[in-house]
Design a protein around this ligand. Structure first.
Ligand SMILES: *[C@@H]1O[C@H](CO)[C@@H](O)[C@H](O)[C@H]1NC(C)=O
Ligand SMILES: *[C@@H]1O[C@H](CO)[C@@H](O)[C@H](O)[C@H]1NC(C)=O
Ligand SMILES: *[C@@H]1O[C@H](CO)[C@@H](O)[C@H](O)[C@H]1NC(C)=O
Ligand SMILES: *[C@@H]1O[C@H](CO)[C@@H](O)[C@H](O)[C@H]1NC(C)=O
Length: 344
């Protein structure tokens, strides 16, 4: 804008007054030049005020740019410098932040896994935020909720005073994730969100955990409160006493459905930046957790959780109608679920 004005000023001045003209004519010319000059300048000033106003306000807020981290071009999409609206990051302002989401299914160890991640000083995982129906009722609610989390404006017990270098939350496949997968995949790829898949290989054990958890939800065995996770061996012992009876007629179908749900989710999200973890692998080898820290590009450190595993005994001791169940799985692709146990 300013340049346009400058040039038109020049054009006006280029008009040469002719020598023969009397003084009056010169005066008129001069007056015309002055008037047009004043007009052009006033228009210019008005435009300046309009186009520069908001920018001036921005200058106030924008601080020194952070030094660019030394990363490859492919990584740039995944490095963020969020500016929360509710507080200032102060000395953490230039700590780059990675966005992640733990994608899992109920009773697959994600509660335990999340407490492990949250024991890292630079990781904040905000829990199962989409367990609240309103937040997942449509894609705009989902997007708004994620924007808030990734802008570091979401407050939960996981919020850190330390410099957060990875922020995320836990999301169950049946909480609007599979249903809205197209939009969510595009959000992940647009905003550089990394997916951490956490599945359980032994879906029969998962089923036992679901039924036992359901049972406790009704009976509230620990002094009248329902606990999905426990922090002591005694509590675990109380909850593990219950042996569910599994409906053998529906078993194969249930396992098929669960298997398909996980397979489909992996297919939908295959083009996102992701890592796939299995609960059994993490239990058997804690070093696997370091793969996750590497994936999130946060410093490696020991992770701890107070969670105590509830079902530790062989499955045969934890299912009421074991004979029927083992017979119905023999010779199927799920037969291995009957044997594979923990090396704990
Ligand atoms: C950036 O990283 C590469 C390898 O990761 C290294 O060779 C290079 O020296 C680094 N540059 C700076 C300025 O630190
Ligand atoms: C999306 O869901 C929220 C919360 O349930 C609701 O307030 C909003 O009107 C919905 N928006 C659309 C576009 O349906
Ligand atoms: C982790 O947090 C500490 C404490 O706030 C901070 O000094 C450090 O720079 C952070 N590390 C990373 C990689 O962000
Ligand atoms: C239940 O209450 C008893 C006595 O008040 C206490 O000793 C015990 O630790 C409690 N158990 C649990 C699981 O909270």
């Amino acid at each position: 804008m300013a340049e346009d004005c400058f040039f038109s000023d020049k054009d006006t001045l280029v008009i040469k007054p002719q020598k023969k003209n009397p003084l009056l004519l010169r005066m008129i010319m001069l007056a015309l030049v002055m008037i047009s000059g004043v007009y052009i300048c006033s228009v210019c000033l008005k435009q300046r005020r309009i186009s520069f106003g908001p920018n001036l306000m921005k200058v106030d807020i924008v601080e020194q740019p952070c030094p660019r981290p030394n990363i490859s071009q492919a990584e740039v999409l995944f490095v963020h410098y969020p500016q929360p609206t509710t507080y200032r990051r102060n000395e953490c302002r230039c700590t780059p932040v990675r966005y992640f989401a733990i994608l899992s299914m109920q009773r697959s160890g994600s509660g335990w896994f999340e407490t492990l991640l949250n024991s890292h000083i630079n990781v904040s995982s905000n829990g199962e935020i989409f367990s609240v129906k309103d937040r997942r009722s449509n894609i705009s609610s989902i997007t708004m909720t994620m924007d808030k989390v990734y802008n570091l404006d979401w407050f939960s017990s996981a919020a850190k005073n330390e410099c957060t270098a990875a922020v995320g939350f836990k999301w169950m496949l049946n909480q609007g994730l599979v249903k809205n997968h197209e939009e969510i995949v595009s959000y992940f790829n647009r905003r550089g969100v990394s997916a951490i898949f956490l599945f359980r290989r032994n879906l029969l054990r998962r089923l036992v955990s679901i039924l036992a958890n359901e049972h406790d939800r009704n009976l509230k065995q620990l002094n009248g409160t329902h606990k999905a996770h426990v922090h002591s061996k005694d509590e675990a012992e109380v909850l593990a006493r219950y042996k569910p009876k599994i409906d053998a007629t529906k078993l194969i179908r249930t396992l098929d459905e669960n298997d398909k749900m996980a397979t489909d989710a992996l297919e939908y999200f295959k083009n996102t930046n992701h890592i796939i973890l299995y609960y059994e692998d993490l239990v058997n080898n804690r070093n696997k957790l370091m793969d996750v820290l590497e994936f999130l590009r946060v410093p490696k450190m020991k992770l701890v959780s107070r969670h105590v595993k509830i079902h530790t005994r062989p499955l045969s001791e934890q299912v009421e109608n074991w004979d029927v169940i083992s017979k119905s799985l023999k010779g199927t692709k799920y037969e291995s679920f009957l044997n594979s146990d923990y090396q704990m």
